[in-house]
Design a protein around this ligand. Sequence first.
Ligand code: M6R
Length: 659
Amino acid sequence: MCGIIGYTGARATLPLLLEGLARLEYRGYDSAGVALLPGRGGDGILATRQVMMAPATIVVRKAAGRLDRLQQLLRKHPPEQDLNGFTGSGVIFTTGIGHTRWATHGPPTDSNAHPHLDCRRRVAVVHNGIIENTLSLREELLSRGHRFTSETDTEVIAHLLEEALATGQGMYCAWLQVVARLKGAFALAALTADAPGSIWLARFSSPLVVGRGADGWLVASDIPALLPYTREVYVLQDREAAELLPDQARFFSFNGESLTKVPQTVAWELEQAEKGGFPDFMLKEIHEEPAVVRRLLTRYYPATGDGPDLGLPWGDGWWAQRRKLWIVASGTAAHAGLMAKYWLERVAGLPVEFDVASEFRTREPLLSQRDLALVISQSGETADTLAGLRLCRARGVPTLGIVNVPTSSIARESAAVLLTEAGPEIAVASTKAYVAQLVVLALLALRVAQARARHAAGVAAEAGGTPVVLPEDSGTWRQQLERGLTVLPTAIEELLGRQVVIDPRIVEKLASSEHVFYIGRGLDYAAAVEAALKLKEITYIHAEAYAAGELKHGPLALIGPGTPVVGILTQDELISRTLANLHEVKARHGWVVGVGPQHAVASDEAAFLDAYIQIPPLPGPARPVLAAPALQLLAYMVARARGTDVDRPRNLAKSVTVE
Ligand code: M6R
């Protein structure tokens, strides 16, 4: 959440900052701002460090609300106005930082928007994260006469810098002195009028990436903002800092040791971060799902007939010795994990404990070094999930990260990593990354099942080893899941290629409802939980998922005439039971919709349904993955019918880097 962008070089920085902020919009924000320093562009990147033709004045513009409010302000009060007539002499702003804020300390107002300045207006700072010792620092600074103009935690940093610089030391020493005083999570970018042309960076727990453009250096909190300028990125790690100059970057640790950093090449293309003719990112990303699944199968499922090849460092015996698998994730990634619990237990006979990361990190889980922690995250930066990973590592539990962003903290800190290869996901509502997570998790279940089955056969032959007991039908499940995955891309294509995927009556009904319920059993329950999240986050309709069998234990009281209930019916052995629960809803005059293959509603038993969303044929254990695009489209169409901002739902952020 929140976005940082910065540039120093030979070109005018403002258009670049605004484009960068627009590319970071999906991170979620409620206000935005920029701080600029003048240089003399157009005649080489050294110009900004030559004799200044304008006074080194930090010009700041900030506004609560969306970026267009900031743009309006910049049109009304162009930054040049603050340079007292120097504009005619070729002066342009060549160093700048920008920020989109998501309120933590203080409401979203113009004054709380970043950048924040010190008392003398010689230092400007933008910050993602939370400074936890802000109260004591603020009191200290107030007692020494500093005047605060915002309620934010960030402003203390500007005043601390002011004090450190007032002692006569240079910005390098001042910067290290200040970051050493901060507790909490922070990605920081700062500039000072005393050393124009430099941008100062520091990172602890919030992401920050640096890139070298053709004519200067850039920094951003996320890779998509850098894609128009470079594919080579330097990822700052915890307790690392940097100074960006127009013609070079220097990296150093919080201890002041100089660091040599090697750039990583990002495989993402700029087009992947563009809408490509679709009205919004969410619809585009749903339509990318077949390609994403194909890419994953090519990477992890070679046609050798030996099953998945995930390149993990663990052999059959290791898998056989696992006592338990923990799944730790948040939001949609957690829902992918819930689905995987059913696969892993049924196919691989491995007990799985599932937890949302925010609970896991605070509940003293009974971990053992014979367990494996599976940590799932699209961004790889979610604070709760990262904390869960670190907790496991601290207890000596092996960790496996399933991550979409290869340069992320979770990718870096997990003992082993499986990449979900979905490309940049821009819409706040996760769609293609969820499908990719499901596919990787299904492949993992197959790999673990294969390892444990092979080990069981070997141990039986030798006698006396640790016996692995696989469920009786694990072989059938394994075959069906494997077959289902291989035809999944075509099945999703068939679904998305239909003229009418979702009956407009369902869209109309849901769009005019205040409450919607999703029910299912087993894998379908996991699919229902995700479907409800998707609907609530982009339509603002109250949507809830229940295990179908739980309805009678309370939720039935919520069903009144016309209340929509969507039943997911992809699992053959559970269809009759879930239909029976839908029948109970119908008896209370609810409006019932089914989702599943054609044969699920072939009998009279299902004739009472008010509407049906049909998915193409696919072997049973893989069917809930195919239900995902259908249920995502349903949420999408209801959101469009209600006129909400599909890509940027209110109050939400793409990457939640605070606890
Ligand atoms: O980046 P992560 O996968 O760790 O994010 C976890 C959740 O914040 C995320 O899935 C969230 O629930 C999405 N908005 C759901 O669409």
